[in-house]
Design a protein around this ligand. Structure first.
Ligand code: PMP
Length: 360
């Protein structure tokens, strides 16, 4: 090797101290996927058809392969805007909610700024804020999480997921509004699971100029692999986000599918109802097994197994059933379980009975 360039000595300290994301993401047909809060129903029927036969039409003919995608995602932003009662210049599209959140951090966080990430959190918040150079504070908001009466310290950015991931509960508009009113920095309201709850607070962005709502096509729309999410905010914030975003970040295929997905709200309603009934089915049976299940309006359930959590999680993995272990302070005994289809839910319940039955 030539030269003595030592990358770590030169890199930003936040990159050196970040950790590579090595989470084992299971794939295969024999696994039960209750770990990633994605939809067992996949995308809407029209999209299935498009994917099966019309790939070239989606990108505007095969010559579309060599064009860069529309960097403004104009058609998609128009549709998002009309569904949410905002204007297209309040909408910014990115490669999943994660990229959109990262863009917000890149616009607002200076080195050494404070980011407030209440616990329990969606783990990417602390990670993205730290990599962005923020000092991260993780105040607890209790178990189950509660924002009424929560008075965060002053900071540049405050992260809230609504419904909360991992707990699944929903905060109301009044509570979010008064937080946004009092907080001096940007409030990121992550509505990745809002469609499951049937409540969205996007209209609040016209009232609170520091509020940014972030949403995704990865969950109820079943388009996880196409990496597409968006923000709704004031025009001023959206303009700043557009200025720093990678111009051609979202492929045409993803834009077209997302646009089509928004046109089928019947499918969204159907998945919401199926999810709610499967969630109730799982909740009832889990409670009968004597474990604590937190009320959820999302597509997952937070289950408290107490001290025996690790053997249960590992026992399920050994049976090909993947769930999400939550080891945040106060939630050490908890596992998050994605609500899936009846077959997978039954396989999970049978596996769990087997694991718990075999325990002393
Ligand atoms: N926010 C929350 C609360 C999530 O749970 C997830 C996905 N696990 C995301 C954002 C990321 O979504 P996307 O796939 O759109 O990046």
């Amino acid at each position: 090797m030539k030269g003595f360039f030592r990358a770590e000595a030169v890199a930003r300290v936040e990159a050196v101290s970040a950790e590579e994301y090595l989470y084992f993401y299971p794939r295969g047909t024999s696994t039960v996927r209750m770990n990633d809060n994605t939809s067992p129903y996949g995308p809407a029927p029209r999209i299935r058809e498009m994917l099966e036969g019309k790939m070239s039409a989606i990108i505007g003919g095969l010559e579309g392969c060599t064009y860069y995608p529309d960097q403004t995602a104009y058609n998609l932003r128009q549709k998002i805007a009309s569904l949410n009662g905002v204007t297209p210049d309040q909408v910014v599209v990115g490669c999943g909610a994660d990229e959109v959140i990262d863009m917000i951090v890149r616009v607002f966080v200076n080195h050494g700024d404070t980011a407030i990430v209440p616990l329990p959190e969606y783990w990417m918040y602390s990670r993205l804020a730290r990599i962005g150079g923020a000092k991260v504070l993780n105040p607890s908001i209790g178990k189950p999480p509660e924002l009424k009466g929560f008075r965060p310290e002053r900071g540049k950015v405050l992260f809230i997921s609504n419904p909360n991931n991992p707990a699944g509960n929903l905060f109301d508009g009044e509570t979010i509004g008064s937080l946004a009113e009092e907080f001096p920095g940007i409030v990121i309201l992550d509505e990745a699971y809002a469609e499951y709850a049937g409540q969205s607070l996007t209209s609040l962005v016209n009232e609170y100029t520091n509020l940014v709502v972030v949403r995704t096509f990865s969950k109820i729309y079943g388009l996880t692999n196409f990496r597409i999410g968006y923000s709704i905010s004031s025009k001023e914030i959206a303009f700043l986000l557009r200025k720093i975003k990678n111009p051609f970040n979202v492929p045409s295929v993803s834009q077209s599918l997302a646009l089509e997905a928004l046109s089928d709200q019947n499918f969204v309603n159907e998945v919401r109802e199926r999810n709610a009934s499967e969630r109730e089915y799982l909740r009832e049976r889990l409670e009968r097994m004597g474990v604590t299940v937190y009320p959820s309006c999302a597509n997952f359930l937070l289950v408290d197994f107490g001290a025996d959590c690790d053997p249960i999680f590992n026992g399920l993995v050994a049976r090909g059933i993947f769930t999400r272990r939550i080891s945040q302070p106060g939630y050490e005994g908890c596992i998050r379980i994605t609500v899936r289809s009846r077959g997978e839910n039954d396989a999970f319940l049978a596996g769990l009975c087997g694991v718990m039955g075999g325990m002393p």
